[in-house]
Ligand binder design. Structure first.
Ligand SMILES: Cc1cc2nc3c(=O)[nH]c(=O)nc-3n(C[C@H](O)[C@H](O)[C@H](O)COP(=O)(O)OP(=O)(O)OC[C@H]3O[C@@H](n4cnc5c(N)ncnc54)[C@H](O)[C@@H]3O)c2cc1C
Length: 402
C-alpha cells in the first residue's frame, strides 16, 4: 500500500462481457421487451438467470461475496449495469422486492443471522419477497399503519390487514410494517418484521388490475406468530427501516431487466420495436420518440451519477422515480400509437404497458408525494402543515376506529 492507499482494480467493459457471455444471451432483433411484470407471470426465466448469476455475484454486484454479490464498488456496479443492458436479462419484476429493496434494508438494519439466512436465497432467486406496507387509510400517509403486533414472550402476534401487496402470492417471505405502540405518535410506534407467507393465520387474496394482471393482493393476518428473531431493526424503529426500503424502491429498486438495447446498438428496444402502420416514418412521431429517448437517457445517467456519488439513494430517489414514471408513460403511449389499430389489441406489448402506465404514478408512493419529498427534503422548501405528528396514534382517526 503506497501513500495514496491501495488502488482498487476495476473490471474493464470487455472483462465484464467475457464473464457474462456464457451465462446470459445477448440481445437480438427478436428479443421481446417486457418490464415490471406487465402482462406476464413467467417466474422461471428470472429464476434461471439469478441462479446462474449468483455464482459470480453479477445480479447484486455491490453485496458482499458471501451473500451472493462480488464486493463491487459503486463505479464497477454502474459499469456492470450499463453493460448488462446489452444482454437479454429477463424481467426480474417478481424478484425485485428482495433484490432491490429488502436486501439493502437487511444490509443496513438486519442482524448477521438475518443476513446469513435471507440474502443469498434472495440473490439466487430461490426466495421471493413481498412488501406489506400499505393498508386502507395508510398509503400516502404510510405512518398511519394500524396492523398490530403485540409482544408475547419471545414472540410477536400480528393481526390486521394489508392491501396492494405486489407478488404476495408468489412470495416465501414478506416484510411487514406493524404498530407495536399505539400510545406513541404515529411515526414512533412502528416496528418492521419478516414473516413467512405460509404462516398460520395469514391469508392472501389476489386483486385484478386494469391491465389484466393479478400481481397484487389483500393480505389478512389473524394472530400470526413471528419470533423476535424475525424483527428487522429495533422496536419502534420501523419507520427508519421503511424509509430505507422506500428510498431504494424510488431510486429504481423495483425495476430490473426486461429493457435494454442490442449489443453495439444505440437504439433501445422499445424504439426498434415500435414498427407498424407507418408511424415510424412520420417525422413528428420520430421527433417525439427522440425527445422521450433523450429524456430517458439523461434520467438514467443522472440516477447512475447519484448512485455512484451517494452509495445509498436517500430522498433524491424521489426525483428518479418521477423521471422514470414520465419516461414509462411516454414510451407506452408512443409504442401504442406506432402500432396503430393493432396496438389496441390486449396482447401487444405497447397496449399492456399503456394499461400499466397509470399505476406507475401510484406504486412506491404517488407523484404528488414524490414532489412533496423533493420539495421538502431535497430543496428545503417549507413543509406541509402536519397536525398529527406528536399526537398518540391511538387518538388519530384510524387509531380511534381500529
Ligand atoms: C401496481 C401497484 C403496486 C403496489 N404494490 C405495493 C406493494 O407491494 N406493497 C405496498 O405496501 N403497497 C403497494 N402499493 C400501494 C401504493 O404504495 C399506494 O397505493 C400509494 O402509496 C398511494 O396510497 P393510496 O392508494 O392509499 O392512496 P391515497 O394515499 O389515498 O391517495 C389518494 C390521492 O391523494 C393524493 N394525496 C394523498 N396525500 C397527499 C398529500 N399529502 N399531498 C398531495 N397529494 C396527496 C395522492 O397523491 C393520490 O392522488 C401498490 C400500488 C400499485 C398501484
Amino acid at each position: 500500500m503506497g501513500a495514496f492507499g491501495r488502488v482498487r482494480y476495476v473490471l474493464t467493459d470487455d472483462e465484464i462481457r467475457t464473464a457474462l457471455d456464457p451465462i446470459i444471451e445477448c440481445r437480438t432483433a427478436d428479443t421481446k421487451l417486457t418490464t415490471m411484470g406487465a402482462g406476464s407471470d413467467a417466474l422461471e426465466p428470472g429464476r434461471r438467470w439469478l441462479a446462474a448469476a449468483v455464482e459470480g455475484g453479477w445480479a447484486k454486484p455491490t453485496w458482499p461475496a458471501r451473500y451472493g454479490g462480488r464486493d463491487a464498488s459503486a463505479q464497477e456496479d454502474a459499469a456492470i449495469g450499463r453493460i448488462m443492458r446489452e444482454y437479454a436479462v429477463p424481467d426480474l419484476y417478481a424478484y425485485m422486492i428482495g433484490l432491490g429493496m429488502v436486501g439493502p434494508a437487511l444490509l443496513a438494519h438486519g442482524t448477521d443471522a438475518q443476513r446469513d439466512r435471507w440474502l443469498r436465497p434472495i440473490a439466487s432467486g430461490e426466495e421471493i419477497w413481498c412488501q406489506m406496507f400499505s393498508e386502507p387509510e395508510a398509503g400516502s400517509d404510510l405512518a398511519n399503519v394500524g396492523l398490530g403486533a403485540d409482544a408475547d414472550g419471545e414472540e410477536w402476534i400480528l393481526s390486521g390487514q394489508k392491501v396492494w401487496t405486489s407478488r404476495a402470492m408468489w412470495a416465501a417471505w414478506g416484510i411487514v410494517l406493524a404498530r407495536t405502540d399505539p400510545e406513541a405518535p404515529k411515526h414512533k410506534g412502528l416496528t418492521m418484521f419478516a414473516i413467512p407467507m405460509d404462516a398460520p393465520g395469514l391469508e392472501v387474496r389476489p386483486l385484478v388490475q386494469m391491465n389484466g394482471d393479478e400481481h397484487f393482493s389483500e393480505v389478512f393476518m389473524d394472530e400470526c406468530r413471528v419470533p423476535d428473531s424475525g424483527r428487522v431493526g429495533e422496536v419502534g424503529e420501523g419507520w427508519r427501516v421503511a424509509m430505507t426500503i422506500l428510498a431504494h424502491e424510488r431510486a429504481g429498486g423495483s425495476r430490473g431487466g426486461g429493457e435494454g438495447k442490442a449489443k453495439e446498438s444505440l437504439v433501445p428496444r422499445w424504439l426498434s420495436d415500435a414498427v407498424g402502420d407507418g408511424h415510424t416514418a412520420d417525422p413528428v412521431w420520430l421527433e417525439r420518440a427522440m425527445e422521450a429517448h433523450t429524456f430517458d437517457q439523461v434520467a438514467s445517467w443522472t440516477s447512475q451519477r447519484a448512485a455512484a456519488a451517494a452509495g445509498s439513494p436517500g430522498p433524491a430517489g424521489s426525483g428518479n422515480k418521477l423521471r422514470s414514471v414520465r419516461t414509462y408513460k411516454q414510451r407506452a403511449w408512443l409504442t401504442t400509437e406506432a402500432q396503430g389499430p393493432h396496438g389496441m389489441l390486449t396482447d401487444t406489448h405497447g397496449h399492456i404497458e399503456l394499461m400499466t402506465a397509470p399505476s406507475m404514478s401510484i406504486r412506491g408512493g404517488t407523484d404528488e408525494i414524490q414532489r412533496n419529498i423533493v420539495g421538502e427534503r431535497v430543496l428545503g422548501l417549507a413543509g406541509e402543515p402536519r397536525l398529527d405528528r406528536e399526537v398518540p396514534w391511538k387518538n388519530s382517526r384510524k387509531g380511534l376506529i381500529q
